[in-house]
Design a protein. Sequence first.
Length: 208
Amino acid sequence: MRELPLRVAVLSPQAIVAEGLRAILATLREHAELVPLDSQAPDPDVVLYDAIGLLRGDATDLDILVNKTTSTVLVVSHDLRPGLAAEALAAGADGHISLAAGPAEILAALDSAATGWRLGDDGDSPVIGSEDSETGRDLLGGSLGLSRREAQMLTLIGDGWSNSEIAAELYLSPNTVKTYIRAAYRKIGATNRAQATSWAITHGFAAG
């Protein structure tokens, strides 16, 4: 268990979202100390990452947070675009909370992140909205049996990416991409790319 207050940073391309989250964190100062993201400073304990940052397909910031820091990454999901949060979880984010979350829900999420649980530890992840949680599975299309990779494929297909672009972006072979896509098609009942794109947009996995 980490000592309180937790060092918490906010990362969002939308000023109104960033300021709103910071305002809520300011009311939780006994539990959370708001800190900037600074490569010269120690990593924050928790980063609240706005999923809308993935809207244009640029996962650079998320990749740095997940792979090059020790921070627990909580994705702030948008109800109309759950596919973005699903993509963030598939990329290694620890959990997610809704943009509509209030102070009590954010505090609960921070508390869950404060356990210091890491992949490979015993038991399921205690982090709210983690991949193996009920909400995480639902977000990732778990009710249809979609894997993380399959959900990611549908998100990218819905955003207009070609198979070759997906393969290059994810460092996968074209045949591996095709295998994931075929499996995703079966699970959502699609027989072609147009149907898959329509499904992705309708279910919030891609922009309309």
